[in-house]
Design a protein around this ligand. Structure first.
Ligand code: UDX
Length: 452
């Protein structure tokens, strides 16, 4: 099939490349000439494992092309995916101006039947606005052409996006145009092993599903983070509690990890947007409201632990920071808990020596020219003469550190683990003072924690 993807950012590129991989002829469009230039030169404007190979293979096979030419983009695909950004407005609502502009551009140029697919995360009712924008543009040209608008939210996880797209848990398609739905089913048939993984529903329910799913996941995380705070107080170990809870299939194990708060481009933005949409309807979302507030607070959990240990005035202290990205496998620092941590440490007079396997360039951009931050060449190099180690992203390469180096190179053998990457009993056995999230019981010298 001929597919156009408008917007060659994270979602657009993964969508375009993976659709090309299944034999479709895909044209990815972006107004950002630099981005398109990078792609044409065989590079990637983002870091995503496995994506470069898929892009290069399909470019070589001439199934994947890039353009800044809007006319060519509209001409190319019967399916027109809109995968442009929907950044939060000041009030938390999703800014739909790029989505509507893309729709208008299609309406201004189309000459035959098009299926416009909303791939960007957009609030309920956006498909109607897209339909309206296309219809208005057509009317302005005095044309009457058939078109359909379909909602097809993405559920990609950064760092696993190619895998998620190629082997999805489910694909959601919302719409009511029979021909469009048949085309969408045909497009996704190669990606679904069983037919019930493709859920077709009305457009509003499809739009809502995306927000509901992310809000649910964010809720699980905030819930566990709060339980972790309590676990510390009552002397329980949240990791053992997590295993005990997760073994109930109604609960399940995933997304129950307590940590330094959720970040990224989706959860914070989508939670805000859903809260805003609810407020517009005069509908309170009390649980989700608390989820958001709890997460803002959780981003301070490491600072709280550090000041409890070293005092509120951190002047002259140096902290080694392992990790900057909002999660492993990406250089993305949007809403990353590391931003709050660094800002708070600097504000209290401390200095930070940071290391991240891929996000240091991004960090330089985010933090700018700041004398309080230095970037180390390796995780080990960051430790030299730091007062303590603070881990905030659970990169695999941090999992089995040289414990002796930790003990000897830090000024004090203190480790703050914002992702519960390390085993408290092991840390203690290696002579390290360990502060995890909700793990006080496991750090006790007596009992199962010390023995296991
Ligand atoms: C998320 C959704 O998982 C995905 O379906 C949606 O399409 C986009 O948003 P992503 O933002 O890439 O994906 O990352 P994810 O792996 O979900 O993690 C989000 C944040 O939650 C990270 O900061 C992570 O550290 C945190 N997290 C996740 C926890 O704190 N605990 C957990 O148990 C899981």
């Amino acid at each position: 099939m001929k597919v156009t993807v408008v917007g060659s950012g994270y979602v657009g590129l993964v969508t375009g490349a993976c659709l090309a991989e299944m034999g479709n002829h895909v044209l990815c469009m972006d107004l950002d000439e630099r981005k398109i230039q990078v792609l044409r030169e065989g590079g990637l404007p983002i870091h995503e494992p496995g994506l470069l190979e898929v892009v290069q293979r399909n470019v070589a096979a001439k199934r994947l092309e890039f353009t800044t030419d809007v006319d060519a983009a509209v001409r190319h695909g019967t399916l027109q995916f809109i995968a442009v950004g929907t950044p939060p407005d000041e009030d938390g609502s999703a800014d739909l101006s790029h989505v509507v502009a893309a729709a208008r551009a299609i309406g201004e140029r189309m000459t035959d039947y098009k299926v416009i697919v909303d791939k960007s995360t957009v609030p309920v009712g956006t498909a109607d606005r897209v339909r309206e924008a296309v219809a208005q543009a057509l009317a302005a040209r005095g044309m009457e052409l058939e078109f359909a608008v379909v909602s097809n939210p993405e559920f990609l996880k950064e760092g696993a996006a190619v895998e998620d797209f190629m082997r999805p848990d489910r694909i959601i398609v919302g719409g009511d145009d029979e021909r469009a739905l048949l085309l969408m089913r045909a497009l996704y048939a190669p990606f679904v092993r069983s037919r019930d993984r493709l859920l077709v529903m009305d457009v509003r329910s499809a739009e809502f599903t995306k927000y509901a799913a992310n809000a649910m996941l964010a809720t699980r995380i905030s819930f566990m983070n709060e339980l972790a705070l309590l676990a510390e107080k009552v002397g329980a170990d949240i990791e053992r509690v997590r295993l005990g809870m997760g073994s109930d299939p109604r609960i399940g194990y995933s997304f129950l990890y307590a940590g330094a708060g959720y970040g990224g481009s989706c959860f914070p933005k989508d939670v805000k947007a859903l809260l805003h949409a609810a407020a517009v309807q005069g509908q309170a979302l009390r649980v989700l409201d608390a989820v958001e507030r709890a997460n803002d607070q959780q981003k301070l959990v490491l600072v709280d632990k550090i000041t409890a240990r070293f005092g509120a005035d951190l002047a002259g202290r140096v902290f080694a920071l392992w990790g900057l990205a909002f999660k492993p496998g990406t250089d993305d620092m949007r809403e990353a808990p590391s931003r709050v941590l660094v800002q708070q440490l600097l504000a209290r007079g401390a200095r930070v020596v940071a290391y991240d396997p891929v996000a240091m360039d991004e960090a330089r951009r985010v933090f700018g020219d700041n004398p309080g931050i230095r970037y180390a060449d390796s995780a080990a190099a960051a430790l030299q003469d730091a007062d303590a180690l603070v881990l905030i992203t659970e990169w695999r390469e941090f999992k089995s550190p040289d414990f002796d180096a930790l003990r000897t190179q830090l000024r004090q053998p203190v480790v703050f683990d914002g992702r519960n990457l390390f085993e408290p009993a092991l840390m203690r056995a290696m002579g390290l003072e360990y502060h995890g999230i909700g793990r006080s019981a496991a750090a006790q010298p007596a009992g199962e924690g010390a023995a296991s």
